[in-house]
Ligand binder design. Structure first.
Ligand SMILES: [Zn+2]
Ligand SMILES: [Zn+2]
Length: 407
């Protein structure tokens, strides 16, 4: 009975995915072509980039360029997948075979055979593996989380501004201060999201994809916006950041935050030459999405790596350690329920099988992998064990400075 329900639900998920993928792709391609073509007559993307320059709002031009690049990369990723897997190879033979298997079958059976065959094409399988859950997450999140964010930022900011210790001015160092404070508060919630099991349940969908591509940027648990804003907004207001600064920072953070999810198919090494010393790059964020012991729970920042560097959570991509994406638990990425709610289900099961109120409470707030018996499976211990004897892999310039001071 349960098995049958699961089977039917999976078919429903697949159909929803096909529908949403078709419409999202149609809209994306359409607006990309539109924006590009209009550039020839001084509108579209060209206008989006040139207009802010005239108004001297330069960051908007950079953001417009980045959004255009991101859309372009998104399409490149998919086209390259298509070329790599060439689904139309031997198509004549396949069609003849398909027709033969349908002969004499009733109409509904023919449809079933057709879907079954298409589902077995390796390109289709890979497309589902990469994009099904990320596309469904996008649709699922689209409205719910946006409403939350709007409420939180519009209602909460003026309230907490009353408690501001001071207010920064709009000079360049005021902006730098504001951005650093944004990154600090971001680092705090993101760190908590990885180190507190309860929060990890909400953050894990973002880490569930087994492949890096731009659609991964869409995946966030819809309720994540609640507590991230509850942590960031009061702190930012108390630390003297102006609400209008937060509004602009949100745009920059969102655009850069999407761009750093470019996968290897769009942006091979993901590094930005010397800029990678100053900014978080796609390479840094690939490390953040890796499940390798060396990479787990590192690189929490979005644009400026400063706090990661200072707190010792910065990890550069190493040639010796090839990135493996995803989370350490066995899971089926094409099963949306497992992808989105899997960690919640695991926590629920662990809570049920753990004895004692205190242990249950610990289970909620200790890092993922913790059990009353051992800490062996937590990311910190796993990483330490991996680094034993090859400490150089995990070091940054911060560690060299500390060593200099010590000696
Ligand atoms: Zn994360
Ligand atoms: Zn990410």
């Amino acid at each position: 009975m349960m098995q049958k329900a699961k089977f039917i639900w999976n078919k429903i998920e697949n159909l929803l995915f096909i529908g949403f993928a078709a419409s999202i792709l149609y809209l994306t391609i359409n607006s990309f072509i539109d924006g590009s073509l209009k550039s020839f007559i001084g509108m579209g993307y060209l206008n989006d980039m040139a207009d802010p320059i005239q108004k001297k709002i330069y960051y908007q031009s950079v953001m417009a360029l980045l959004s255009m690049l991101t859309t372009f990369f998104l399409l490149v990723e998919m086209i390259r997948l298509f070329i790599k897997m060439h689904p139309f190879k031997n198509v004549n033979y396949k069609v003849t075979e398909l027709k033969a298997s349908m002969v004499g079958q009733p109409f509904m059976k023919r449809i079933a055979i057709l879907f079954d065959r298409v589902g077995k094409v390796s390109f289709v399988r890979e497309f589902f593996r990469r994009y099904k859950s990320t596309f469904l997450a996008k649709v699922f999140n689209e409205y719910i989380s946006k409403l939350i964010i709007i409420f939180v930022y519009i209602e909460m900011m003026p309230f907490f501004q009353q408690f501001a210790l001071f207010t920064v001015d709009r000079s360049w160092y005021g902006w730098l201060y504001a951005y650093l404070m944004w990154e600090l508060t971001y680092w705090i919630w993101h760190y908590a999201a990885h180190r507190v099991r309860l929060f990890w349940c909400l953050h894990s969908p973002h880490h569930a994809p087994a492949e890096m591509n731009l659609t991964v940027a869409w995946v966030h648990f819809f309720a994540e916006g609640y507590y991230t804003a509850a942590i960031q907004v009061p702190l930012l207001m108390i630390l003297g950041v102006r609400p209008e600064m937060v509004a602009i920072i949100l745009v920059i953070d969102g655009t850069w935050g999407t761009f750093i999810h470019a996968g290897e198919d769009a942006f091979k090494n993901g590094k930005l030459w010397v800029l990678e010393k100053l900014f978080i790059t796609p390479s840094h964020h690939r490390v953040h999405h890796a499940k390798n012991p060396l990479y787990m729970d590192t690189n929490f920042c979005v644009l400026l790596p400063f706090w990661d560097w200072l707190f010792g959570t910065l990890q550069n991509e190493k040639d010796e350690v090839k990135i493996e994406y995803g989370i350490t638990r066995e899971m089926d990425v094409t099963n949306f329920v497992d992808f989105y709610f899997g960690e919640c289900i695991c926590l629920y099961k662990d809570l049920k099988s753990t004895n004692g109120f205190k242990n249950k409470l610990y289970l909620l707030f200790m890092p993922p992998g913790w059990t009353p018996e051992s800490r062996e499976k937590t990311a910190v211990v796993v990483r330490q064990q991996f680094l034993a004897g090859q400490e150089h892999l995990g070091k940054t310039s911060r560690d060299f400075i500390i060593e200099k001071f010590k000696s």
